[in-house]
Design a protein around this ligand. Structure first.
Ligand SMILES: Cc1ncc(COP(=O)(O)O)c(C=O)c1O
Length: 384
């Protein structure tokens, strides 16, 4: 096992002021602030303060963020929509779909992030029938999912990395089943973007959604949705806005034309400050290199799993690092209290229900993993 990443860890750690006082292991929830990302935010604030108004420049930055995201996932900029959250992007897509019988089924799983499952559930009012696959050992029951996809399926929704357990779903396989049945494949990649290569063409998926505040080092207020160009151009969302038009600055409320490709899913005034932050975060990830990040994260994950099991912690989800994101979810009664107890020790973790999630990223060291595991064992001891 490599003891070091293929980049200068000390140099990267020096970019994170938070490391002086805290040990962030909560990337599945919120990445720490890098100096370069702070500079991104400041660029917008300085422009606002000194120029008063620079819509051309600000909207150009949103475009730059769209291009950077497209590049990250191996897509064209016209295949990417800029939204304020994954929920908003998903709802815009849903508004463009028809759930008329006989093709009225949505296949999804219990591992969906709540918003996504809820938006698909809301489509029942528009004629959709939902077929849910369960979770087995922390991962989506792929057999049940495959069985549910048939000629009545309009869309198959799958989470790439499950937010509760970190289990990684084989979304390429799911896309293949969807394609063979004439259904749309929809992938929520929030928990994988930034910690591995996620290339939409290699995966053969139709739609991908994701935001920036986890492994892409940004904050809330912006999300992106990839829609394969030829699919996007067949869709007309009823949830729309002036930025979804061919020319947003035409200012004609009676004209409903469509922006090129996935741009038609844009809605109102775009998220300006989050776009500056998002681009800075994505550029940072890109400058380190996703392949290098992926390899070091695999080492950290391995250490976390083996170290957790050796210390007697109960891991939820698959053990094989090839089948999981950097998140390690350990069974923890009163997980929220455990999160608070770790915070008191300076360690940032993330509780969900009865699991405590530790999620390192490329700037973490093997010592960080050991320190977090030792602390978790300590705080769990009185309660178990
Ligand atoms: C898998 C996944 N999807 C979606 C979201 C967030 O969605 P939204 O941008 O609508 O808040 C999260 C955030 O925790 C997530 O982990």
């Amino acid at each position: 096992m490599d003891r070091r990443p293929e980049y200068d860890l000390a140099e990267i750690r020096a970019e994170i002021p938070l490391l002086r006082s805290r040990l962030p292991m909560n990337n599945c929830s919120q990445a720490p602030l890098f100096k370069g990302v702070r500079d991104g935010a400041m660029a917008f604030l300085e422009s606002w303060e000194h120029d008063g108004m620079d819509w051309e420049g600000w909207v150009a930055e949103v475009e730059a963020a769209r291009h950077t995201f497209a590049d990250l996932i191996g897509a064209e900029p016209d295949e990417v929509s800029v939204a304020s959250s994954v929920s908003q992007a998903t709802a815009s897509l849903a508004s463009a779909l028809s759930f008329e019988a006989p093709r009225n089924k949505i296949v999804l799983s219990d591992a969906e992030f709540p918003s996504v499952g809820q938006i698909w559930s809301a489509q029942r009012a528009r004629g959709a029938h939902l077929d849910w696959a369960g979770i087995t050992d922390g991962a989506v029951d792929m057999e049940a999912l495959e069985k549910a996809v048939d000629s009545k399926t309009a869309l198959v929704s799958i989470t790439h990395g499950a937010y509760q357990t970190g289990s990684l779903q084989d979304v390429a396989r799911v896309a293949k089943w969807a394609r063979a049945s004439g259904a749309i494949s929809f992938v929520d990649a929030y928990q994988t973007l930034g910690n591995r290569r996620v290339l939409v063409r290699d995966l053969g998926i139709d739609v991908l959604v994701g935001g920036c505040l986890k492994y892409l080092l940004g904050t809330a207020g912006i999300a992106f949705m990839y829609v394969r160009r030829d699919l996007a151009e067949r869709l007309e969302p009823t949830s729309t806005g002036w930025f979804g038009r061919a020319n947003p600055f035409a200012f004609d409320p009676k004209v409903l034309d469509w922006g090129a490709g996935a741009r038609r899913f844009d809605t109102g005034t775009p998220p300006l400050l989050p776009a500056y932050i998002a681009r800075a975060g994505m550029e940072l990830v890109r400058s380190v290199g996703l392949e290098k990040i992926e390899r070091w994260n695999r080492t950290l994950t391995n250490r976390m799993i083996l170290g957790g099991i050796t210390r007697g912690l109960r891991l939820e989800g698959p053990r094989d690092p090839d089948h999981r994101t950097p998140v390690a979810a350990f069974h923890a009664p009163q997980a929220a209290m455990m999160e608070a107890a770790l915070r008191e020790r300076g360690i940032l973790a993330s509780a969900r229900g009865s699991v405590l999630r530790l999620a390192p990223h490329f700037y973490n060291s093997l010592e960080d993993v050991d320190e977090a595991l030792d602390a978790l064992v300590e705080v769990l001891s009185p309660a178990t």
